[in-house]
Design a protein around this ligand. Structure first.
Ligand code: PMP
Length: 443
């Protein structure tokens, strides 16, 4: 109030807008309830009093166990039992909770070196460098790769961390229509022929940034198209594999594996450990020369805390399981289960008459709710049936294509997915979300 009297806007003023009102409407009903356990196949949420619409709602002290369709636990490694959890526990006993230092100081352990070796090998690149956050990986690495006089061309639907890093870099930024190779080529032709703004000098570097699998759409990037354009226009290519690493391709090695493309065709393969590996942090893979340069020029590694021991061990163990080095057969089984579950659920929803977005092999399944008013209603209907889903709307999506984003996991059983389909069927009737015939109905 003092600030207002002095003629200044209070610091929280900008937030007194759409977002606050959205929260007050309890749009994401289930995730305003704190989670009380592992975000695995099931997730337990704290209950709260149902009549309280305020931000400071009251907890009742009871909990509800729900089927978890919300966490990015694609391969089921978020479970708190099994090889990963056992190894992480040992790791804490040996190294403690934190290295209490950035990599550039005293925070560079044998675990970091080992994880970087494993990641590079898994992704199929010469070298890797890791960060304690996926968001920071993008935010810190774009400024280390490009700057003034460079052109950064970004897919229109790229994640906020890419946009953040792009803006910090100082490069000229352009966007092409989501996954549209014709639009990308048009932009490349225009920009290359015009050169840098005002001076018309050639660009110092041209970098095209895309995602492997888009988390709001479930679309996969057109990697063959991008590689073909890269050969013609000689740009560098950056692929953020946050959602595709571990989840796409017969060996879980991301979009290169999926499309049968040599990872060396792509300059930078970035990814996160928060999804398929049930851990934390991000990585950058590329040539040794590029990775060595990034290591010493990005602020995240130099000034930020290094990844922690239990997290590193979780990453190393899950990578080894997927690669078949530990518990032979288990990694393959997880990959197959995820692939089956993704297709089974997508097809089941289409058969019921829902509109779902995305690639047939995507473990992210956006289910269209359309009108924003149906966002809290769908969340509520699912919660009534003890299923936790993430629902998203404007401004994360266009106003009229609000959606529920279902995340499939290898931890789900066929019965879980049948239970979900039955719940969606009922909620779809209540909220009139279905097109009566369904795509496979043939009427
Ligand atoms: N890139 C993409 C494409 C993402 O979807 C996310 C987060 N979901 C990130 C980067 C940031 O990763 P993290 O949440 O691990 O910090």
């Amino acid at each position: 109030h003092l600030q207002e009297q002095d003629g200044y806007a209070p610091l929280n003023n900008d937030f007194d807008n759409f977002y606050i009102r959205r929260l007050q409407l309890r749009i994401n009903d289930c995730f305003r309830r704190p989670v009380t356990g592992v975000p695995g196949r099931f997730i337990t949420l704290l209950d709260r009093t149902s009549d309280d619409f305020n931000l400071s709602f009251k907890m009742t002290g009871t909990t509800t166990e729900t089927l978890n369709m919300s966490s990015y636990n694609y391969l089921g490694f978020a479970q708190a039992d099994g090889e990963c959890a056992d190894a992480a526990e040992q790791s804490i006993k040996k190294y403690g909770i934190s290295f209490c230092s950035p990599r550039a100081d005293a925070g560079n352990s044998e675990l970091h070196v080992e994880v970087e070796r494993l990641v590079a090998e898994f992704v199929g690149k010469e070298a890797a460098t890791i960060h304690s956050m996926g968001f920071v990986t993008n935010a810190a690495v774009f400024p280390a790769l490009v700057g003034k006089g460079c052109l950064l061309i970004s897919d229109q639907l790229n994640h906020s961390s890419i946009r953040f890093g792009a803006r910090l870099s100082g490069a000229v930024i352009d966007m092409f229509k989501h996954n549209d190779m014709v639009d990308l080529e048009r932009l490349l032709r225009e920009r290359i022929s015009q050169g840098q703004p005002r001076t018309h000098r050639p660009w110092r570097k041209i970098l095209v940034a895309v995602e492997g699998l888009y988390s709001m759409e479930g679309t996969m990037c057109n990697l063959p198209g991008l590689v073909a354009l890269k050969k013609r226009y000689k740009f560098a290519l950056y692929v953020d594999e946050a959602h595709s690493i571990g989840a796409c391709g017969p060996r879980g090695r991301g979009v290169c594996d999926y499309f049968g493309i040599d990872p060396n065709e792509i300059d930078i393969l970035m990814g996160t450990f928060t999804k398929s590996f049930g851990a934390n942090g991000g990585y950058i893979c590329g040539s040794k020369a590029m990775v060595d340069k990034i290591r010493v020029t990005n602020a995240g590694t130099i000034f930020g805390e290094s990844p922690t021991p239990a997290v590193l061990t979780q990453i190393a163990t899950s990578l080894r399981i997927i690669a078949g080095e530990i518990a032979p057969g288990q990694g393959e089984e997880r990959l197959q289960r995820l692939a089956f579950n993704s297709r089974y659920l997508r097809l089941g929803l289409k058969r019921l008459g829902f509109i779902v977005y995305g690639h047939d092999d995507s473990p992210i399944i956006p289910l269209l709710l359309y009108h924003p008013a149906k966002i809290p209603a769908f969340s509520h209907e699912m919660l009534k049936r003890k299923i936790a889903v993430v629902v998203v709307g404007y401004p994360a999506t266009p106003l009229i294509s609000s959606r529920a984003r279902l995340c499939v996991s290898a931890a789900h059983t066929k019965d879980d997915l049948d239970r979900l389909l039955a719940a969606c069927d009922q909620a779809g009737d209540v909220l009139q979300l279905k097109f009566s015939s369904g795509i496979a109905g043939g009427q």
